[in-house]
Design a protein. Structure first.
Length: 420
């Protein structure tokens, strides 16, 4: 790899959308249900004329596409390799022995018992400290919803983060680039994303060295991966540990930021959502609070749905009146957001129902690439929002500060106020 550029070469604002029509696209994505409903009804498998793109919007078709992982493949490997040479990370892999081996390693490092032992209590502690010290006004995105998962990168992952704000911006730049619309060539933001990756890499490598030297004996993720290496004759290798940490970090801070940021935005838009969530928070009913937040997220999820690339010709909804032949090489937006509002499969989709059945959700994906860190995300988001939701008079700050500001689709700033 080339030497890392100086940090001054990185500016998160370079990740902003600057192409014509961006404001219209943002508005369409912010309130999409009217046009998604039209697609579900009339063109549920819609090919975009004169392009290699298609969009899938009905529940059963979305589920079919995501279940056919060998046909409709994840397209992230090219961009991931542009930023981090070495072994592929599971998010960029298809099913097979290597995928299953690496996923097992990750599940052995990220343990379910960590939720109660580390993630929930540490998230709660950090969030309570931040909210208590903000004197009735806070930039809820930058100073709370992004900061807490960033600090967990130190406390839970085992990565020394000298500058939490900059580190968070690095992960956001990497995630925005890697998981954006697929392309055959480097995207226009590759230089910024590469600078971000070059900032993350030395911190990951130092964490691996520290774990090998026993500098931090606590049960962090990097310490567990190094312990596996010692017990298994060098497997996973240092390169694999680096790839796994890089991939999980690039998913953790950005995904939890956009998820919790969008939830807060919807709570502020919909007073009935806010009332239910605040009641659960004030009664310390964490399970109900998570159900309220999860249902709120359905109305504004992290994205319209995952991207996929068709590896061979395939007919979606074969044998039905909506059957559509998808040619090899076609890129698809598989809209899980639309699917969760499909009245053919989802009960009262337009209603806010925290008791909704789990199978009606696709917020963590579906099939092979269902979110590997879902249980961590749920606990972290719940405990981070909880102390804020307990506050009386929670409201937007006046003026522009009280409106969601984004980098692309990623929440960046949203100031709120509450009664002391």
């Amino acid at each position: 790899m080339n030497a890392s550029p100086p940090c001054s070469s990185f500016d998160i604002d370079d990740m902003q959308w600057r192409w014509p029509g961006r404001a219209v696209i943002k508005r369409l994505l912010d309130r999409p249900q009217w046009w998604m409903g039209l697609l579900r009804r009339y063109w549920p498998i819609a090919r975009v004329p004169f392009t290699r793109w298609a969009m899938v919007t009905r529940f059963e078709h979305v589920r079919e596409v995501l279940a056919q992982e060998q046909v409709f493949q994840v397209p992230f490997d090219r961009r991931m390799m542009e930023l981090m040479a070495g072994p592929k990370f599971v998010l960029a892999m298809q099913d097979g022995p290597e995928y299953r081996r690496q996923r097992l390693q990750i599940m052995q490092a990220f343990r379910l018992e960590d939720v109660a032992a580390t993630i929930a209590p540490r998230s709660a502690e950090l969030a309570e400290q931040i909210v208590a010290g903000c004197s009735g006004r806070i930039d809820a995105i930058e100073d709370l919803l992004t900061r807490v998962p960033t600090l967990l990168c130190r406390d839970y992952y085992g990565i020394d983060v000298p500058d939490p704000k900059l580190f968070a911006q690095w992960t956001i730049a990497v995630s925005t680039y890697v998981f954006g619309p697929p392309s055959d060539k480097p995207g226009p933001k590759v230089a910024t994303a590469r600078a971000a990756a070059n900032g993350m890499r030395p911190l990951i490598d130092q964490a691996i060295r520290n774990a090998k030297q026993g500098v931090n004996p606590s049960p962090t993720i990097v310490a567990r991966l190094v312990a596996m290496q010692k017990q298994s004759a060098g497997d996973p290798s240092d390169d694999m540990i680096r790839a796994e940490l890089f991939g999980m970090l690039a998913g953790f801070v950005p995904t939890n930021t956009i998820a919790s940021g969008n939830v807060l935005e919807m709570l502020l838009r919909r007073p009935e959502f806010m009332a239910s969530a605040q009641e659960a928070a004030r009664t310390d009913d964490d399970e109900l609070l998570w159900r309220c937040l999860f249902e709120t997220m359905r109305f504004k999820p992290i994205n319209p749905g995952p991207f996929r690339e068709c590896a061979k010709d395939y007919t979606i909804a074969d044998g039905s009146s909506k059957a559509k032949r998808i040619r090899a090489g076609t890129r698809l937006l598989v809209s899980t957001q639309s699917a969760m509002f499909d009245e053919r499969r989802v009960v009262e989709p337009k209603k806010f129902r925290p008791d909704r059945r789990n199978h009606e959700y696709m917020l963590f994906g579906y099939g092979l690439h269902w979110c590997i860190g879902a249980f961590l995300a749920g606990a972290q988001i719940t405990q981070t929002l909880k102390p804020l939701l307990k506050k009386r008079g929670l409201r937007r700050a006046p003026g522009r500060d009280g409106q969601m500001q984004t980098i692309g689709l990623m929440p960046a700033h949203l100031s709120v106020e509450f009664d002391p």
